[in-house]
Ligand binder design. Structure first.
Ligand SMILES: Nc1ncnc2c1ncn2[C@@H]1O[C@H](COP(=O)(O)OP(=O)(O)OP(=O)(O)O)[C@@H](O)[C@H]1O
Length: 288
């Protein structure tokens, strides 16, 4: 399938006689999944992500599939001759948006990451944190089918870190695949469908939790059509759904994805009525 990205028996080494960084790697990224890649320093995580983003080619093996891909590199080249808004608008047009739509999307993403005030600032004058916000915005702008994040949270402030987590949940709920590396083990904890460790040049799959995100659950009571179907983005994401009386539903939603589910319900035609939202108790991995 075109939207799957598949590595088959992939190996990568730098230089003809360089040591193999990766060897015999098989990995498939499918739509609507979140994948975490971890491993010790220098084991080949960034190498793997560059292969997945097709910015680098394997020394041996095959990469197949052509999802529309966006990538946030570990180090973003910020000394570019543009303002933040100008740069993002330019990229938006490269993604196929009209100039006006690109400018609107660029402004929206800068606002979401709390960088609206820097829209007119030359990229070279942005702080490290602000330029990281631009790096993340450029990747999200084109609503990619595959989003590759290499330490993308590094340098962001707390609000922007949370916003990026929300944006990742939105991407997977909209059917995109997201793969990320992050040094913080709590990043999106419970949400990945699969976590791989790069070890000895290969990939070890440590968890595979199926297609629904895991972790603490938020309880959402909603009212909608009796015997009705949840909107697709909500249906894909909820852990459990029960119709308690005709038209009254009790949803258990992974807390990391509750924004996505609520948005899907509230923007449905006609919208669902949200009766109550009960977040999980702090420190819980338990069900409400
Ligand atoms: N362009 C390159 N040329 C030569 N060697 C490289 C290149 N890129 C990576 N390497 C080497 O490949 C190995 C894996 O590097 P890579 O950056 O993929 O690891 P990593 O797990 O992402 O590391 P870190 O956790 O430090 O970011 C390292 O030994 C590194 O020096």
């Amino acid at each position: 399938m075109q939207r799957d990205l598949r590595l088959t028996a992939v190996g990568r080494r730098y230089g003809i006689r360089g040591p193999w960084v990766l060897r015999g790697v098989d990995l498939t990224l499918t739509p609507a999944t979140l994948t975490r890649v971890e491993g010790a320093n220098g084991t080949g995580k960034s190498t793997l992500l560059r292969l997945l983003a097709r910015l680098d080619a394997p020394t041996e093996g095959r990469v197949t599939g052509r999802p529309r891909t966006a990538y946030v590199p570990e180090r973003f080249p910020s000394a570019l001759p543009f303002t933040a808004l100008g740069y993002l608008t330019h990229l938006g047009t490269l993604h196929g948006l009209s100039r006006r739509s690109a400018q609107r999307a660029a402004g929206t993403w800068l606002e979401r990451f709390g960088a609206g005030a820097y829209a007119g600032t030359p990229m070279a004058q942005l702080s490290k944190g602000s330029s990281q916000k631009v790096a993340v915005a450029q990747a999200l702008l084109g609503e990619p089918e595959l989003l590759v994040l290499d330490e993308a949270w590094t340098g962001l402030d707390a609000a922007a870190r949370a916003e990026l987590e929300r944006a990742v949940a939105e991407r997977t709920a909209a059917g995109g695949a997201v793969v990320f590396v992050d040094h913080d083990p709590r990043r999106l904890v419970g949400a990945p469908d699969a976590t791989y460790t790069v070890l000895g040049g290969g990939l070890k799959c440590c968890t595979d939790q199926g297609s629904s995100p895991d972790g603490p659950l938020t309880l959402v009571l909603v009212r909608g059509p009796a015997g009705g179907q949840l909107p697709p983005d909500a249906a894909r994401t909820v852990a459990t759904v029960r119709e308690t009386t005709p038209g009254d539903y009790r949803l258990a939603v992974p807390a990391s994805h509750s924004d996505v589910v609520l948005r899907a319900l509230l923007t449905a035609h006609p919208p669902w009525h949200v009766v109550s939202v009960t977040p999980p108790p702090p420190d819980s991995g338990s069900r409400p």
